[in-house]
Design a protein around this ligand. Sequence first.
Ligand SMILES: Nc1nc2c(ncn2[C@@H]2O[C@H](COP(=O)(O)OP(=O)(O)OP(=O)(O)O)[C@@H](O)[C@H]2O)c(=O)[nH]1
Ligand SMILES: [K+]
Ligand SMILES: [Mg+2]
Length: 383
Amino acid sequence: MATTVDKIKDIEAEMAKTQKNKATSFHLGQLKAKLAKLKRELLTPSSSGGGGGAGFDVARTGAASVGFIGFPSVGKSTLLTKLTGVHSEAAAYEFTTLTTTPGQVTYRGAAIQMLDLPGIIQGAKDGKGRGRQVIAVAKSCQLIFIVLDVNKPLTDKRVIEQELEGFGIRINKEPPNLKITKKDKGGLNITSTVPLTHIDHDEIKAVMHEYRILSADIAIRCDATVDDLIDVIEAKSRSYIPVVYALNKIDSISIEELDLLYRIPNACPISSEHGWNIDELMELMWDKLQLKRVYTKPKGRQPDYEAPVVLKNGRDTVEDFVRLQPLDKLIKANPAKCNSIHKSILEQFKHAAVWGRSVKHQGQLCGLNHQLEDEDIITIIKK
Ligand SMILES: Nc1nc2c(ncn2[C@@H]2O[C@H](COP(=O)(O)OP(=O)(O)OP(=O)(O)O)[C@@H](O)[C@H]2O)c(=O)[nH]1
Ligand SMILES: [K+]
Ligand SMILES: [Mg+2]
C-alpha cells in the first residue's frame, strides 16, 4: 500500500509536469488541495510516526515563549546560556542538545521564556530525526529565533523556512484576508474587493470541491493565492508566528561580510559566544512579540512600575487584565479557587480608570471590553 509520503511525492510529480493555464487550473487546484490534506494527515500526531510535541514539550512560563530553531551546531545552546544564564550543553559536535532546555529572561519587566531545541535537518517535517517533535514545540511559541551560522551558505535559511512552512507554520505573515462562510445550499458565491491575479474561479471551485464544501460565501479581500485559500480552510492546523533570524558567529567574518548581512530583513547579526549585539536581538524580539505592559495603580497611590501585568497582543482588554492579575501564591496553587476569585472581581467590577495611549482623555473610565496599550496605567473601580 502506498504510504502518505509516497502519495505526496506522486502528487508533487504530477503538479510539476502540469503546465498552469485556463484548461488545467481546475485540476491544479484539486491537486493542491489533495496535497494539503495529505500533509496534514502526515503531521497529525495520531498518524503513524507521530508528530506532536508529546514528551518533548516543557511547561510554559512567563508572558511569551521564544523557540530556537536551526541546523546542528549553529550555536543555539550557546545563545540560551548567554541570554538566560541557564547552562545548556554546547559543543563542536552535531546534536549536542537532545531535548528541550528552557531558560527565562526578564526584559522591560516582562518574563520571557526561551526554549533551546535540538538541531533539525532537512526533511525534519517529514519525520527525519526528531524534527517533527522539535518543530511542534516551536509551533506553539509566540516567536521563533531561526539561528543561522554566518559561515554556512544562505540557502540554509530557505531550507529551514521550508521545513517550518511544511509543518503549517506561516512566518512573518498575517492570516490571509479571506473569509469562508459555509451554507446549507446555494452553491459557491465568490466575491473579491481587489483584482485576483494569482487564482481564478475554477481553481477556487476545485479546492472547495476537494474539501466537500459545496455551498459557501467566499469573500476575498486580498490578492490571494491557492495556498492562501487552503490556509484559510486548514486554519486549525496553521500557526502565524513572527520570526527573527539570529545570524550567529559574526566574530568569524569580516566587516565587509557583516555589512551584507544587515540587508536581510528581520535579521540580527550576533555572536552568542562573545555576547555581541545581543541588545539588538532583544529589541527585535520585543518589537515582534508586541506585548503590552499594564501598570496597576491602587486608588490614591502611585502606579506599581516594578511589576507590570503583561498582556499578549489580541488578548489585551480590561477583562484580560483582570484575569491576569497576580494573586497571592496560595491562590495560585489552587487554580479552581483562583478562577472563582477572578469571577468575583469581574462581578464587582464597575469600571476601570485608564491612563496612557489607549484613551483619549487621561483617567478615562472604561468597560471590560476596552483594549489596552503598552504602558497603560489602570485602576479598577468596584461597585
Ligand atoms: N566562533 C563562534 N563560535 C560559536 C559561537 N556560538 C557558538 N559557537 C560554537 O559553535 C559550536 C556549537 O555550539 P552549540 O551551542 O552547541 O550549537 P547548537 O546549535 O546548540 O548545536 P546542537 O545542539 O548540536 O544542535 C560550539 O563549538 C560553540 O563554541 C559564536 O558566536 N562564535
Ligand atoms: K553542537
Ligand atoms: Mg544545542
